[in-house]
Design a protein around this ligand. Sequence first.
Ligand SMILES: NC(=O)c1ccc[n+]([C@@H]2O[C@H](COP(=O)([O-])OP(=O)(O)OC[C@H]3O[C@@H](n4cnc5c(N)ncnc54)[C@H](O)[C@@H]3O)[C@@H](O)[C@H]2O)c1
Ligand SMILES: CC(C)C[C@H](N)C(=O)O
Length: 373
Amino acid sequence: MMETNTEPRFRIFDVLQSEDYEQIVFCQDQASGLKAIIAIHDTTLGPALGGLRMWNYESEQEALTDVLRLAKGMTYKNAAAGLNLGGGKAVIIGNAKTDKSEALFRAFGRYVQSLSGRYITAEDVNTTVADMDFIHMETDYVTGVSPAFGSSGNPSPVTAYGVYRGMKAAAKWKFGTDSLAGKTVAVQGVGNVAYNLCRHLHEEGAHLIVTDINEEALKRAEADFGATVVKPDEIYAVECDIFAPCALGAVINDKTIPQLKAQIVAGAANNQLAEDRHGDVLDENGILYAPDFVINAGGVINVADELEGYNRERAMKKIELIYDNMMRVFEIAERDGVPTHVAADKMAEERIHMMSRSRSQFLKVEKSILGRR
Ligand SMILES: NC(=O)c1ccc[n+]([C@@H]2O[C@H](COP(=O)([O-])OP(=O)(O)OC[C@H]3O[C@@H](n4cnc5c(N)ncnc54)[C@H](O)[C@@H]3O)[C@@H](O)[C@H]2O)c1
Ligand SMILES: CC(C)C[C@H](N)C(=O)O
């Protein structure tokens, strides 16, 4: 007889229907210890491209929530960046310091291959070019592998450059000049992306206040850029012009917004707003928010260029345009009298809607979009 349980049940199809997700793949491999989830949100514009995160999630529910939010974010990021790509993401549940192995990433790679190109993977938090190289042993549907394979390599420095360009656009809109010289930027998390962002900011003459939970990362920022170090919970309230969240998501919330002294929030982290309404509150408080999926699109623009045969000059030209794209978001927000996160959503949704309505003609495609093999 079936057990009756009075606990409210988690209904997976309700979750999928609520944001119209296409597919979730649960990946398990006992030999390597792989426990991964691939989420494909929307492939209207093309195959779902999004990175692979490795994180020691406290529960499977937490991993699922993270991958779903990140996958939807990639749909919007890719659409807003003008890429012919849909949105997806993957997470591996595990400790990136102790659980990585060739077998683990190759097992994941076989799951990616089983999707026949519906999902293309790349780096995200705690995954590296070396990890992508293992995945590449099993599938061509991976970007950000070693440049020796004709790939673009590590996307983080390029993401950082895009964030720097977007931050300059936000400064232009808010302060009337896009020079960041003399401005104080508070950076939360000085990892792969933010270290490179700090370098651009330092070279332009900005003052840096940084925090991280990793002492080594802090020492490096202090030594290389003369950054002032504060404790993780102090970063929100520091006197600064720009707050740059570059660690994890949901850091703009009911607790943090009242502490902010910054006039601009512009950083690399995905899903910075805990809830959409926090974008409204920033707007009401006169804080200009540079929507995360617009400002941090440099990495995906760079790896997406691989699908056409990677050309760094061409990719960098597209990444420069994050400045213009960010300006467009601010203009739409002003024109329509809406907060910037609403304007960015609108920009992405309009493109997806337009393409979903255009007639689908059958055309035989002769060659795979990823032809490295
Ligand atoms: N790598 C990319 O190309 C890329 C592209 C787009 C978006 N992003 C997003 O940017 C963010 C950073 O990515 P990354 O690749 O630099 O990751 P990373 O892991 O290299 O850097 C994150 C840093 O944040 C620190 N951190 C974690 N929790 C913290 C806390 N509570 N307080 C302060 N610091 C904390 C970590 O110690 C680490 O140094 C992520 O949200 C990622 O999804 C990355
Ligand atoms: C494809 C990757 C470079 C994606 C990146 N991790 C992002 O969140 O945009």
